[in-house]
Write a protein that binds this ligand. Sequence first.
Ligand SMILES: C[S@@+](CC[C@H](N)C(=O)[O-])C[C@H]1O[C@@H](n2cnc3c(N)ncnc32)[C@H](O)[C@@H]1O
Length: 209
Amino acid sequence: MDIQQYWDKAHDKYAATDWIDKPSLFAEWALQYLPHGGALLDLGAGQAQDSCFFAGKGFDVIATDLSAHALDLAKAKFLAAEFQVVNMAMPLPYSDEQFEVVYAHLSVHYFDSSQTHKLFAEIRRVLKPGGVFAALCNSDQDPEISEGQEIEPNYIEIDGITKRYFNPNDAKEFTKEFEIVVADDQGTTYKDEAKGVHNLVRLVAMKPA
Ligand SMILES: C[S@@+](CC[C@H](N)C(=O)[O-])C[C@H]1O[C@@H](n2cnc3c(N)ncnc32)[C@H](O)[C@@H]1O
C-alpha cells in the first residue's frame, strides 16, 4: 500500500468517529495566538474540520492534504475553504509571504530530519513577516515510539508509514529561524484525551517581522 492509499483508508475510518466534524482542542487553543483574520494555509488538513473552524473565525483558508479522498470528504461537508492536494514532502506551491498563518494539526511529523528542516523552511518562506506557524505534533513520550523500527532518533517506521516524535526542545531546534511563542508538551486531542494522553507537542512560532 502506498502512502496515499494508507491515508485514504485512514480517512474512511476517521469519517466514522465522533470527533471528525468538531474543531480540534488545539485549534481552539491556538486561536488566541493568531492574528484576527488573513490568509491561512492548513497543511495536512484531512477532512478539514479545523479549516472550517478558522474560516468561521474570518480567515481565508486553503485546506491542503496529500489525500484527495480526505479533501473530497471535506468538500461534501464544508464549503468555507478552498481545497488543494499538496504533498508536504515537495516545495510548497505558494508564493513567498502569501499567508498570515500556517497551521498543521498532527501532520508535520511524518518526515526525516532533513525533510523536516526543508518543510519548516518552506513554511517560513510562505509566511508573511510577523506571520504565525501553529502545529500540534506527536510526542517522544508516546509509548508507540518503541513499537516501530527506528530510522533515525525519534523517527520510526510503523504500520507502513514513517512517523517523527517531537519534544519541545527539538520543536524549538526545527524553528530556530522563528521567534518561539509556545513550545510545550501540554497538547491533547479528543482521541488522546480518552486514553489519558496529554503531552502532545504544541508549537506556536512567529516569522520575525
Ligand atoms: C493524523 S492526520 C491529521 C488530519 C487532520 N489535520 C486532523 O487533525 O484531523 C494526518 C494527515 O496528514 C496528511 N499527510 C500525510 N503525509 C502528508 C504529506 N506528505 N503531504 C501532505 N499531507 C500529508 C494525511 O493525509 C492526513 O490527512
